[in-house]
Write a protein that binds this ligand. Structure first.
Ligand code: 2HA
Ligand code: ZN
Length: 270
């Protein structure tokens, strides 16, 4: 079947990364049923031929006006689609959309008229925020990492940077590869404007990964693989913490001096 990805290696590579990550999410047990979402701003891979492609859907309203997104293109996971299916066939379980000049509506342009995720307004609001800030981040990931979600069921870990400090101290890689830590957003209804706004505030407070209490994480980075990696290192630390607890003790964690040395040598924020 013909695809917009044919003879477009840079665009195809971005979508292949999405499919690879979707497979990891399923293998890790972080993506039951249609759980999780991925959106990627692919505008830099869009050529004039794509810009001339006709819409294959009606004009759809985003529900909000996002001025930075004029003329932008996104790959979006489809609503009700499964990550495990997306891993095999990203263009049948997601689609490419064009934001129209009113910055408040979009059309699907390829490959099939797969309706984007119901979380589209919140994901696009985050992309709008990132562009407004001049951020190089182009990918956003929402997933349900088991151990991190479990942690959020304890009020102690919902306090600012309590979980961050614990997770960083489990293994040096975590602070090195998730240097901004884990932001915390109290429980709000999935898909709500309030949750989207609180997520943007947390990202603005300088987190790349944000925990939605008792639900999942939302991560942003330059590409989808890097967003996944940040969640993966955090969840690995949660697993180490749990393994120690299961062996019957509270883990010591790296000392303040060891964390300080790591931050100095790797040039990490405090
Ligand atoms: O779209 O996980 O929270 C699936 C979800 C929404
Ligand atoms: Zn979710």
């Amino acid at each position: 079947m013909k695809s917009i990805l044919d003879n477009r290696p840079s665009l195809a590579a971005e979508i292949e990364k999405v499919a690879e990550v979707a497979g990891y999410l399923w293998q890790k047990g972080w993506a039951e049923r249609n759980g999780g979402n991925i959106t990627v701003n692919i505008t830099e891979h869009i050529d004039d031929d794509i810009r001339a492609l006709p819409a294959i859907s009606e004009v759809k309203s985003i529900g909000t006006t996002l001025p930075q997104l004029k003329g932008c293109y996104f790959y979006c996971k489809g609503t009700q689609k499964r990550m495990r299916d997306l891993a095999r066939d990203p263009m049948a379980n997601g689609s490419i959309i064009r934001i129209l000049d009113d910055c408040a509506s979009y059309v699907i342009i390829a490959d099939q008229a797969v309706m984007p995720t119901s979380e589209l307004p919140s994901h696009l609001s985050v992309h709008n925020y990132l562009l407004a800030k001049g951020s190089p981040y182009r990918a956003s990931l929402h997933t349900h990492p088991i151990e991190l979600v479990a942690l959020s069921h304890n009020k102690k870990f919902m306090e600012k940077d309590v979980a961050t400090r614990l997770l960083w101290s489990m293994i040096p890689e975590t602070k090195a590869f998730c240097p901004r830590g884990l932001g915390m957003v109290p429980y709000m209804l999935p898909g709500s404007v309030e949750l989207a706004d609180a997520t943007i505030r947390a990202i603005d407070d300088d987190y790349d990964v944000v925990m939605w209490e008792k639900h999942g994480v939302f991560a942003v980075d330059t590409d989808i693989m890097s967003a996944f990696d940040q969640v993966d290192v955090l969840n690995k630390s949660a697993l180490i913490y749990i393994a120690a607890r299961n062996m019957g003790f509270e883990p010591d964690g790296m000392s303040q001096a060891q964390m300080q040395e790591l931050s100095d040598v790797f040039g990490l924020p405090k």
